[in-house]
Ligand binder design. Structure first.
Ligand SMILES: *[C@@H]1O[C@H](CO)[C@@H](O)[C@H](O)[C@H]1NC(C)=O
Ligand SMILES: *[C@@H]1O[C@H](CO)[C@@H](O)[C@H](O)[C@H]1NC(C)=O
Ligand SMILES: *[C@@H]1O[C@H](CO)[C@@H](O)[C@H](O)[C@H]1NC(C)=O
Ligand SMILES: *[C@@H]1O[C@H](CO)[C@@H](O)[C@H](O)[C@H]1NC(C)=O
Ligand SMILES: *[C@@H]1O[C@H](CO)[C@@H](O)[C@H](O)[C@H]1NC(C)=O
Ligand SMILES: *[C@@H]1O[C@H](CO)[C@@H](O)[C@H](O)[C@H]1NC(C)=O
Ligand SMILES: *[C@@H]1O[C@H](CO)[C@@H](O)[C@H](O)[C@H]1NC(C)=O
Length: 420
């Protein structure tokens, strides 16, 4: 069957009636007619494009799709790496970064018409195209614009095994190299990234996993879970908001100057910004509530994981996660877990890296309690009381209780959606 590739890709925020259209010609197809013909086009956009009219477009993808749905500093790098270790996984670390950058830097005319919903539409569209292995679609957003489908600007490429090993990279990956804190090893070894080869690699895997912290609520993903071209599951990663705050204060020191003054003096500066942590808490609770109500559109597609449980019982939780995604735990995964969750002083020395995954996960799960002043903690407990209660994190009533690490603040709790 002839299959015309001289066709267009649409970038649509159609579900919301706001539309940005970028029309591109697919200059070179992948290795043959209808190879990987799961390309995205909008179903809501009138007549479907007649790509490969032999049923490919409506055929269900044999591939599974996972979204690690999280918030900044909630342990999502660690969780993403857990999936990245599996040889059948094509993992991408925060591709939505490129969308946000492109929109943030776009002309003010576009920015003015850009609201939150439109940005979400663009996020979803990129996810759909990634999940269907169209890496070329990223070219709409990567800056500087890729030439001949080749780029040196792919965000955090080194975080992905698949993007740093054959066929994308001509060299076999050195053992453990993706664990290196250095973000530049992969481009150094592999050269610029050929997005056509990345698509080929993606098509050869059984599961496409994406990690993002840029989608606010699980409800924003409904159209993707309902898309017949996808088999999407959502791994909702949550963490004690007090720990999230402590981690953000360390990682983004400049932005959190007022908080640090507060932390040290015990007095709240007038200009401290409470809105970010408040919306983190509200979004986390809203998503958990949606997920745990077990709506039909999330049936079998939602798993709530507390980072603390993963850190304290990595083997057990990882097994649960792998059962959920539908893959066997591979030997490489087990090795990675034991290397990354045991206290190991010599390994830890290499890990003074801002975005590192937790090297000694047991020790880091509650060590925020030594890094936050009680006055700050009390304020977060007020702002986030509902979220803390919902997710099973105990409140502290005094500085002594805060610092007493022999009494855990993580309640035993299992999260099972109501109706399944
Ligand atoms: C956006 O603009 C800033 C400032 O001009 C620049 O530093 C940054 O690299 C730009 N980002 C992209 C993706 O073009
Ligand atoms: C990228 O990979 C494709 C597929 O193998 C190849 O045809 C193309 O020449 C490569 N592009 C560059 C610039 O090397
Ligand atoms: C600790 O880390 C070092 C260096 O990465 C490694 O050689 C050693 O096997 C590790 N020890 C344990 C007990 O994991
Ligand atoms: C917060 O204050 C405590 C002392 O109360 C200090 O040990 C800790 O390092 C501070 N944390 C940050 C992130 O500045
Ligand atoms: C949280 O605080 C509000 C206002 O103080 C209160 O009405 C509400 O019952 C509290 N919620 C929980 C779950 O404790
Ligand atoms: C710390 O917590 C443990 C367990 O709840 C308790 O037995 C102990 O008395 C506490 N220590 C202090 C100094 O409060
Ligand atoms: C919580 O679970 C752990 C292990 O599953 C158990 O040892 C502990 O006693 C439990 N604590 C409570 C308060 O139920």
């Amino acid at each position: 069957m002839e299959c015309s590739w001289k066709t267009v890709l649409l970038l649509v925020c159609a579900s919301l009636g706001v539309q940005y259209t970028a029309i591109r010609t697919l200059r070179d197809s992948l290795s043959g007619p209808c190879q990987g013909a799961y390309r995205c086009h909008s179903r809501r956009h009138g007549e479907p494009l007649s790509l490969c009219d032999d049923g490919w477009m409506s055929a269900e993808s044999p591939r599974k799709h996972i979204l690690v749905f999280a918030t900044t500093r909630s342990g999502s790098s660690f969780t993403g790496q857990l999936l990245n270790q599996h040889p059948e996984v094509f993992y991408v670390f925060e591709p939505l970064y490129h969308v946000q950058q492109a929109f943030t830097n776009s002309s003010s005319r576009i920015r003015r018409t850009l609201d939150r919903r439109a940005l979400l539409g663009a996020y979803r569209d990129l996810l759909l195209n990634l999940y269907t292995c169209d890496l070329h679609f990223m070219e709409n957003y990567i800056r500087p614009e890729p030439q001949d489908h080749v780029t040196t600007s792919f965000f955090r490429r080194s975080s992905s095994h698949a993007l740093c090993s054959p066929p994308v990279c001509s060299e076999e990956e050195a053992a453990g190299s993706s664990d290196l804190p250095d973000e530049s090893w992969c481009p150094r070894r592999c050269g610029a990234l050929n997005l056509s080869l990345a698509s080929v690699s993606c098509l050869s895997k059984r599961l496409v996993a994406v990690k993002t912290v840029r989608i606010p609520e699980v409800g924003d993903l409904r159209t993707l879970t309902e898309d017949p071209r996808l088999d999407l599951k959502i791994l909702h990663l949550v963490r004690d908001p007090r720990a999230i705050l402590a981690s953000r204060m360390t990682a983004f020191s400049d932005q959190f100057r007022a908080w640090k003054i507060w932390n040290v003096t015990g007095r709240q500066p007038r200009y401290v910004d409470l809105s970010q942590i408040t919306s983190t808490c509200n979004d986390m609770a809203a998503s958990a509530e949606t997920g745990l109500q077990g709506p039909a559109w999330l049936h079998g597609r939602y798993l709530l994981v507390r980072y603390e449980d993963l850190a304290l019982h990595p083997e057990t939780k990882a097994t649960e996660i792998y059962r959920f995604v539908g893959l066997e735990m591979d030997r490489r995964v087990r090795t990675w877990i034991s290397k990354n969750t045991n206290s190991n002083a010599s390994a830890q020395a290499d890990w003074n890296y801002r975005y590192s995954t937790a090297r000694d996960s047991r020790a880091t799960a509650e060590n925020w309690r030594l890094r936050l002043g009680f006055d700050v903690v009390r304020k977060i407990q007020i702002l986030c009381n509902h979220t803390l209660a919902l997710l099973g994190y105990k409140l502290v009533q005094s500085a002594a209780e805060l610092r007493n690490l022999s009494a855990s603040l993580v309640e035993n709790k299992t999260f099972q959606p109501l109706t399944w």
